[in-house]
Every structure is written in structure tokens, then in C-alpha cells.
Ligand binder design. Structure first.
Ligand code: F6R
Length: 235
């Protein structure tokens, strides 16, 4: 059963999520799965202001664009440095390496990272089409780390971060749904009315690969933090 927390706005949501991180840490959690994008920004802001100490912890991010160097300002590595790691360093922080020479080896390396460091708490956002990580509608629930072709709607949604839609990468490395489902606990955040449809399908719709996030109905420890706008289509 999903635990659903409805908050007023993303700031209150981020505060709630950061408190859950804090509690997990106090209870011995050592490996944190992290996300990028606009949704977790307030969570990282609250974590940065908190007394939490990640220096003995490990972080493993969900995904990274193929082709970008870690120093590229649009890379997820860069985002993580600027939003969290520069202020709250981890013992080790893993992301897929966007500029890895060999995609096949890179996804294998990343699967080993996850196998060696089972995730205690995974933070997720959700795409308007119900994607989690870069697992787009139709992707198999069994997948581990893989290289994905981004859908036109995801490319268009990401275009706001790039000068030109042409510059938006067309591929990404992503943890698979199979990897995500292995984490002991999950927090999914969704803020804003453009997520309302995906949130309703995730929570109340059928469990189907057409809405990747619906798989979370089958996980035993999921907390969904939504603002009122994103909760608007729930019954
Ligand atoms: C990012 C990620 C994506 C985002 C989703 C929502 O690491 O895995 O699944 O969580 O695309 O993005 P925002 O938060 O920008 O609306």
C-alpha cells in the first residue's frame, strides 16, 4: 500500500522528503538513490540546510545523458555537484558516465555498482507520461541499467534546460525498473498540475508498462509526496 502525503507546495514537500532522509540516516541507511530534474530541488535545498552527514554514505543516481561530459553544465553529474554534493559530500557518489567509450561496458559497470551497494532509500520524480528514471512507457519491468532512446515528449520537456532543442541529448543511461524495485524504500515526489494525470495513473490505474510508475503499486515501501495540484486527479 502506497503511503501518500499531500502537501501545500514543493517547498513543504522537499522539507518532508528531507526529514525522511534524515530519519533513514538515523536508522542506519547508508546508500541513497538520487534523482535530478526540477522536482527534487527543494529536497536538496532542505538537505543542504540540515545537519545531515552523508560523509559515510554512498549515493547512486538514476540516470545520465549519453554524450555529455561530467563537467558539462547540462549533465546530471554537474547538477548533483551544484545542488547537493558541493555542500553535502558523500563517501562515494555514482552516476552513469555520459561520455563512457563503450555503452555496453558502462551499463554493466553500473549494474555492478548497484549490486555491490544495495539501495536503502531511492528518491524519484515522475515524468508527465509516467516515466521513472528514463524508463519510458513500454519499457519492461525487468530491465536493469540500459541505454534508452528518449521519447519526443521527454526531449521536448527537457528542452527548457538547453539553448536549442537540437542540443538536447537523444539517449540516456538509466537504471531499469528492475533495479529501482530492488531498493528497500522509495520516495516519489510530484509537484504541479502537469503531473496530476501521471500521479492518478500511478496510484489508481492498472499496473502496466504503459505507465512505468504504476509498478510502484507492487513495492512494499513507497511514500508518494505530492502537492495539491499534482494530487488533483486522485479520487
Ligand atoms: C531524473 C529522472 C526523471 C525525472 C522526471 C521528472 O533523474 O529520473 O525521471 O524525475 O523526468 O522531471 P522533473 O522533475 O524535471 O519534472
Amino acid at each position: 500500500k502506497m503511503n501518500i502525503i499531500i502537501v501545500k507546495d514543493s517547498s513543504e514537500g522537499g522539507k518532508k522528503a528531507s526529514k525522511l532522509f534524515y530519519d533513514a540516516c538515523a536508522n542506519g541507511a547508508k546508500v541513497f538513490g538520487l534523482a535530478t530534474g526540477s522536482t527534487p530541488v527543494t529536497t536538496y535545498q532542505h538537505l543542504v540546510k540540515s545537519k545531515i552527514d552523508f560523509s559515510k554514505c554512498i549515493s547512486i543516481n538514476l540516470d545520465e545523458y549519453v554524450g555529455l561530459k561530467p563537467t558539462d553544465e547540462q549533465s546530471y553529474r554537474y547538477y548533483m555537484e551544484k545542488n547537493l554534493f558541493e555542500f553535502k559530500p558523500f563517501k562515494r557518489s555514482y552516476l552513469p558516465q555520459g561520455d563512457a567509450a563503450n555503452a555496453e561496458e558502462e551499463v554493466k559497470r553500473y549494474d555492478k555498482v548497484i549490486a555491490d551497494n544495495p539501495i536503502d532509500l531511492q528518491l524519484l520524480g515522475i515524468g508527465r507520461n509516467g516515466h521513472i528514471g528514463f524508463n519510458e512507457p513500454g519499457s519492461s519491468f525487468d530491465l536493469t541499467t540500459h541505454k534508452v532512446a528518449l521519447t519526443p515528449s521527454t526531449i521536448a520537456a527537457n528542452a527548457r534546460f538547453f539553448e536549442d532543442e537540437e542540443d538536447v541529448p537523444k539517449y540516456a543511461y538509466s537504471m531499469g525498473i528492475g533495479s529501482i524495485m530492488k531498493s528497500k524504500s522509495i520516495i516519489l515526489e510530484a509537484f504541479g498540475d502537469n503531473k496530476a494525470d501521471a500521479v492518478a495513473k500511478m496510484i489508481e490505474g492498472p499496473v502496466t508498462e504503459e505507465c512505468p510508475a504504476s509498478v510502484l503499486q507492487k513495492h512494499s515501501n513507497v511514500t508518494v509526496i505530492v502537492d495539491e495540484a499534482a494530487a488533483a486527479n486522485l479520487k
